[in-house]
Write a new protein. Sequence first.
Length: 218
Amino acid sequence: MISTCIYCKEQFKHDTGMLDPICTPCTVKRTRMIREGRLRSADEIFKSACPKLYQGTQCHLLPDVQAHDRVQSWTYGAQGLLLLGETGTGKTRSAYELLRRFCGKKSFLVADAMDFANHAVDAHLQGRATVFARMHCNTSILFLDDLGKSKMTDRIESELFGIIDKRTSQNLPVWITTQDTGETLMNKFTDKNRAAALIRRLREFCRVVMFKRKEEIK
Ligand SMILES: Nc1ncnc2c1ncn2[C@@H]1O[C@H](COP(=O)(O)OP(=O)(O)OP(=O)(O)O)[C@@H](O)[C@H]1O
Ligand SMILES: [Mg+2]
Ligand SMILES: [Zn+2]
């Protein structure tokens, strides 16, 4: 397909839909800048985004390797990922392994539910709510870890819903990990109608991957 290079804005033949369109001359320029230390490499980007604990993931040691592999087969597009399963089944580790592949190629934002909640509240108090929302709405990949782990309030729910709604309407993917089912998630929200609308969007716009405990896998 013919794409417009994100750097020089020239049209060029681009044969993968998975990567950001960057023409060959700009790719060469970028590689040189990374080498000269003027731009961060994919590995540096990954290390700055991924908590140390998860950087050492060895895929074969995960409890549910099949679910991990299903996550890795994700290709960039409007359909996001909803990783469901009990604690310790490898949801977060699998999502970070996937993120590794997109570092330096797609913009992304990662937040666990607690960070998201704190930042949403801070942004509001500091009059930066619009910037906060725009950042989360426009990034190529939004990864929200552990949805349902932190306490919900009207402010947080409304930010979360607004962001998910905007992203799905703009064909931008979201990755979510949660231990909750639709029902238990619903119970944590203060506004049940908004929760139902949020859950409906997640089901409709995400590919669901179920993670099992090791003992459950034959
Ligand atoms: N170095 C490693 N490489 C791969 N898997 C590991 C490694 N160390 C621990 N594990 C496994 O990873 C599991 C935890 O993975 P992870 O944190 O992704 O789970 P989770 O599903 O996100 O849990 P939670 O819902 O509590 O956040 C542990 O239960 C353990 O089996
Ligand atoms: Mg986790
Ligand atoms: Zn270019």
